[in-house]
Design a protein around this ligand. Structure first.
Ligand SMILES: *Cc1c(COP(=O)(O)O)cnc(C)c1O
Length: 462
């Protein structure tokens, strides 16, 4: 056989192999605090690298456009069944589509299925902790395709408390009359009030669409309220707290339900709308390697170990939060119920960009974010920190005490740099790169962080 088909990557393409090996080391030596990231399991990675990748299977199980799909059908049916089991759903009430390539395509499929072009949606504004795909646009530009092809009106958090302003949402929804209200967050550290969302949706005869991409693992473990009781449609990614493959799932209510309009029975036909929007509406061949990965991840999600993991994720987030508060930092909403927290750096004379930059140079990965009340989204003053990835590596509360200290040292260093550079980010970056005393401190701190991180094992193939 042609040897390029047979050789190991290391042998065939050392140039690429070396870069992947470096990324692997970066992951091992760094403190990963990006709230949407995780380290998936060896078994999920084995699915992703399997022969399932080779197969075309457009359509749904039993209704394919190609032959040879008897095993693929079995896998997809298994994945669907396990998705329902992981969230305690009855197959007579809920169905799911496991084919979306990721969270954003899943959301676009929901809108495509449920709305006409220019149909109206309301989601939490991106700067307030929502997601791009909930209809984000700015003064100058429609940024997300979900605001180009549909009409969106955001709702907001209260700038003082950082909490979702449900009253304002209720008021605005009556004026805007959305067809879909979206309950879902990417940067918000409190549980959502799905009952309240349901009431507002009912007042306007709207669908309630919950996007649990960030929190799905916590929901599956049963440690935070589930959106299913009140929602018509629920979407999720499977690679964040769920710790599965990079993919998306859409859950839809089946048949006849009476949760909308105060007990009046309403006929749902969501199943066909969602399935047809995914394929042939938006996608072609399903990623069967990812669907197998979903099946494994959903099996894992029903175990006691997974429950313990999610419990630890939240315990770690609460600990990181209280340690940072002890060190004098302001946390948006003054705490967290979830896997993440948002540090408000406005009183520390620091921007999110500078904080993120310095932490990155000392091998701590996290991201800048707007905080409620930020004047400009281009110059945000928040830092989003999440615990799912490091909890997977086995860090406990005491370890997060150390993590809090490293973050604190990094931010103190950022303040020291600002004293030399003045407020501009370019000057700041120059001092960070070229000042000898700063360099020394960066290197010392980076070494300390990497020695600490390197002690915790990392699942994976390489
Ligand atoms: C991450 C996320 C998505 C999008 O997922 P991708 O896989 O990155 O496309 C959608 N909604 C929410 C709330 C998210 O946090």
């Amino acid at each position: 056989m042609n040897d390029m088909l047979e050789k190991d990557l290391e042998e065939y393409d050392p140039e690429l192999y070396r870069i992947i090996a470096q990324e692997s080391e970066r992951q091992r030596l760094g403190l990963e605090l990006i709230a949407s990231e995780n380290f998936t399991s060896r078994s999920v990675l084995q699915c992703l690298g399997s022969c399932l990748h080779n197969k075309y299977s457009e359509g749904l199980p039993g209704k394919r456009y190609y032959g040879g799909n008897e095993y693929i059908d079995e896998i997809e049916i298994l994945a669907q069944r396990r998705c329902l089991e992981a969230f305690g759903l009855s197959p007579s009430e809920w169905g799911c589509n496991v084919q979306p390539y990721s969270g954003s395509p899943a959301n676009f499929a929901v809108y495509t299925g449920l709305l006409e072009p220019h149909g109206r949606i309301m989601g939490l504004d991106l700067p307030d902790g929502g997601h791009l795909t909930h209809g984000f646009f700015t003064n100058n530009k429609k940024i997300s395709a979900t605001s180009i092809f549909f009409e969106s009106m955001p709702y907001k958090v209260n700038p003082d408390t950082g909490l979702i302003d449900y009253d304002q949402l209720s008021y605005d929804a009556k004026l805007f009359k959305p067809k879909i209200i979206i309950a879902g967050v990417s940067c918000y550290s409190r549980c959502l009030d799905y009952k309240k969302f349901r009431e507002i949706a009912d007042e306007n005869n709207a669908y309630l669409f919950s996007d649990m991409a960030h929190i799905a693992g916590l929901v599956a473990a049963g440690i935070i309220p589930s959106p299913f009781k009140y929602s018509d449609v629920v979407s999720t990614t499977t690679h964040k707290t769920l710790r599965g493959p990079r993919a998306g799932v859409i859950f839809y209510r089946k048949g006849i339900r009476d949760i909308r309009k105060n007990g009046e029975t309403v006929m749902y036909d969501l199943e066909d709308k969602i399935n047809q929007a995914v394929f042939p509406g938006l996608q072609g061949g399903p990623h069967n390697h990812a669907i197998a990965g979903i099946a494994v991840a959903m099996k894992q999600a029903t175990t006691h170990n997974f429950f313990k993991y999610q419990e630890q994720v939240v315990a770690n987030a609460k600990r990181l939060c209280s340690q940072l508060q002890n060190l004098g930092y302001k946390i948006s909403t003054d705490g967290t119920d979830l896997h993440m927290l948002l540090v408000d750096l406005r009183s520390n004379n620091l921007t999110g960009s500078k904080a993120e930059k310095v932490l990155e140079t000392i091998s701590i990965a996290c991201n800048k974010n707007t905080v409620p009340g930020d004047k400009s989204a281009l110059n945000p003053h928040g830092l989003r920190l999440g615990t799912p990835a490091l909890t997977t590596r086995g860090l406990k509360e005491e370890d997060f005490d150390r993590v809090a200290i490293y973050i604190h040292k990094g931010l103190q260093l950022a303040n020291e740099i600002t004293l030399k550079s003045g407020p501009k980010l370019v000057d700041f970056n120059n001092v960070l790169k070229s000042d000898a005393t700063i360099q020394q401190k960066v290197n010392d701190l980076k070494e300390e962080v990497e020695n600490f991180a390197g002690k915790f094992p990392l699942p994976g193939l390489f």
